[in-house]
Ligand binder design. Sequence first.
Ligand SMILES: [Mn+2]
Length: 575
Amino acid sequence: MEEYIWEISQNNEERVEKLIEEASVTRPVALVLDTRGIGPDKVQDFLNPSLDNIVDPYLLPGTRAASERLWKAIHEHQRILVHGDYDTDGITASALVAWVLRRNGAQVECYLPHRIDDGYGLTAESISRTNPERCDLLLTVDCGITSYEAVAMAQSRNLDLIITDHHTPGNEPLAAVAVVDPKLPGAPKEIQELAGAGVAFKVCQAFLKYGREMGYGGEDTDLLQVLDLVALGAVADIVPLLHENRILVKHGLEVLARQHRPGIHVLCDISGVGENVATTDITYRLAPRINATGRMGDPTDSLRLLEADNMVDAAELARSLDNQNRARQTIEEEVIRAAEEQIAQRCDLSTIRSLVVWSDNWHQGVVGIVASRLTWRYHRPSVVLTRDPSGQFTGSARSIRRLNLVDLLGECGETLIRFGGHAMAAGLSLYEENLPKFCLQFDEAVQRVLGIESMKPQLNICGEVVFSELDDVFFQELEMLEPFGHGNPEPVFLTRQVWPEKRLPAGRQHTRGSVRDASGAYMMFIAFSRLPADFPPPPWDIVYSPHINRYNGTNTPQIKILDVCASNSQSAMTP
Ligand SMILES: [Mn+2]
């Protein structure tokens, strides 16, 4: 059984009272809202995310200049090359801008880099491969914001560039016709965390607005139709589902559920996604298949699937994605097995606080997922490396909460050839002879920040409630807190002193039943990966997330027990 750290949100009673009175929500939902930092004046907008509230696209710096240049390309019959990336966000962003531009008369081709041949994002090599006959303007989506070399190369070839990206910019300005990145100074807070597809959406929104203002056109392009692509990109890229992301994803899921794109229709079929699409369907079913092509090498089929205009082509492409996804899974399982063998042989988990594993021949397309899985399984930062064609070791690192990888890798700078990325996910390269030294330095860097007690998973609890507070009104409000995902996880509550009334095995590994607390109310429960015999002697303190169990046409309120301990026991204390 996993041992969890219970982290109970330090809610301010006064703020919670204010939410209950002024926003008239139930106390459990007030606890959730306060935990998310939402005050009474913001509650209505949060519970009813409206497209009327998305920000003016011109407020995102660079979008006007980009729009002007794009319309010029249309008027002068110039060819536009959209340069995306090989993951779901980069692919959906490419499909999105290509669709909007073509609908307005542009000649557009898309280019997606090959993970193994080209490497990540916009590179000088990919610019040097563009055919000047076939490209007058290059528009990046989801990449390019730190591609100084590539931008210089484009300049030397007199190729106009529009960079649109959502990654963290460097310090020097980029020499492009327009640069759009919400992480550059000046973008409103609501859109700073957009994914690449979200930025592409804002650029298209500006492009259509500019076209209408100038009388160029754009009136008959319905941007709502591309919200499915925005939702796919945002959820796959794990951006926080707050602010404008929340609005776009909420409505994007509805567009996705309508399956108006043949490719989405067959992809949903082949991956078992029904008529209600949740963020978890993107995370576990749709995005892995769209990502599979890029992981195995060439992402083109995924883009062709999103752009397919008939069911026959779409069905064939969806099968290709599904097959590549299966191949990816097989490779991933082999690498995981080998990595775990290395860990068993070489790592003393009671003393080290990080994992570094490597091999000469692991597939580059899966090292990132393997690092994620190791981090998840062992609750410590993990680095997975494989030998690249130049003979160096290159790979991915994944982190756990509060540990910024870019800082950690910075402390190991002398053993690395290069590194970069985000706080939770990064890439790195080093020479073979530096491997032992890097392992030591990296672990020392982690040790300075994290105690061994942090090597446990954490449950973030919104507050303590009694069952009588989880009434019908609460469950209605709970639904309005969706979509859940990064930045807005499913609410988790704590209830103390509950007594089991029923406890039955569910399948081979789980338990279902009912519990009652001091308020006299009872709740049906399900506890995954916990057998009836695994529960401590009652009464219990339980940590759980409530939801509506929809089964055979009946909707029953239920709680999903995430952790349980005997009331008043030591482990019930927050550290
Ligand atoms: Mn992205």
